[in-house]
Design a protein. Structure first.
Ligand code: ADP
Ligand code: AMP
Ligand code: ZN
Length: 218
């Protein structure tokens, strides 16, 4: 077996706060965030073949086909910054992806821990509909819960804040449906492996971050 790595799989509904927490953990855990949604959006923006393929699925809130998504993650894990492991945000998202991921990380000691960020549905809708992200650096804000100092402008680099196309209410409902049908079964999957750790996602951002750091001992 190769040297052990740390693979943290953040579970939780869309809007639960996975991206927000992954970004806060990157420095403390010294691990990169791997967000499959961010990689798809990057490809969409740059009009690559992958981006064109992903677009039709993302527009309706469906999952991009497993084959494509799994290959993309395999490639991403080859990057030098993932040499100690990674914080997985939005992947795996169904049982096929979870079993593929187990195989990918098996040589490095497997998945380390799976924090489940629990948030109720009404709060998820409030979080998603108020979410804004920076066009240039991807920083995540919320118009009420985590507002930038100047409305519409990123605190970090002055970039323009925009709403994701798939954060409109019609698409959000379908994404929640897809989450319950395809992703929620992973809670049982990881629980059975003794890897699940529930975190109360209804707390303020800093408190969720503190709970995660305590759990991960970082
Ligand atoms: P996910 O990556 O799970 O889809 P995000 O991290 O993008 O979720 O968060 C969704 C929205 O909710 C963002 O606007 C973010 O600022 C906000 N948010 C995240 N965590 C919290 C929290 N604990 N309390 C209030 N708002 C939050
Ligand atoms: P997210 O940024 O995690 O909310 O993802 C946005 C969209 O990207 C999803 O609604 C899917 O269409 C697609 N996507 C992200 N991650 C995955 C994944 N692991 N498998 C399939 N599709 C994904
Ligand atoms: Zn920015």
């Amino acid at each position: 077996m190769a040297e052990k790595r740390m693979f943290i799989v953040l579970l939780g509904a869309p809007g639960a706060g996975k991206g927000t927490q992954a970004k806060l953990l990157e420095e403390a855990a010294q691990l990169p965030q791997i967000s499959t949604g961010d990689i798809f959006r990057f490809n969409l923006k740059n009009q690559t073949e992958l981006g064109k393929l992903a677009k039709s699925y993302m527009d309706t809130g469906a999952l991009v086909p497993d084959e494509v998504t799994i290959r993309m993650v395999e490639d991403r894990l080859q990057q030098p910054d993932a040499a100690r492991g990674a914080i997985m945000d939005g992947f795996p998202r169904n049982l096929v992806q979870a079993t593929a991921f187990d195989l990918m990380v098996a040589p490095y000691g497997g998945v380390t821990v799976v924090p489940m960020i629990g948030v109720d549905d009404e709060e998820v809708i409030r979080r998603i509909t108020g979410r804004r992200s920076c066009k240039s650096c991807g920083a995540i804000y919320h118009v009420l819960y985590n507002p930038p100092k100047v409305a519409g402008v990123c605190d970090k680099d002055g970039g323009e804040l925009t709403q994701r196309d798939d954060d409109r209410e019609e698409t959000v409902r379908n994404r929640l449906f897809v989450y319950y049908k395809q992703t929620a079964p992973l809670i049982g999957y990881y629980y059975a492996k003794g890897l699940l750790a529930e975190v109360d996602g209804m707390q303020p951002i800093e408190d969720v971050a503190a709970a995660l750091k305590a759990l991960l001992k970082v």
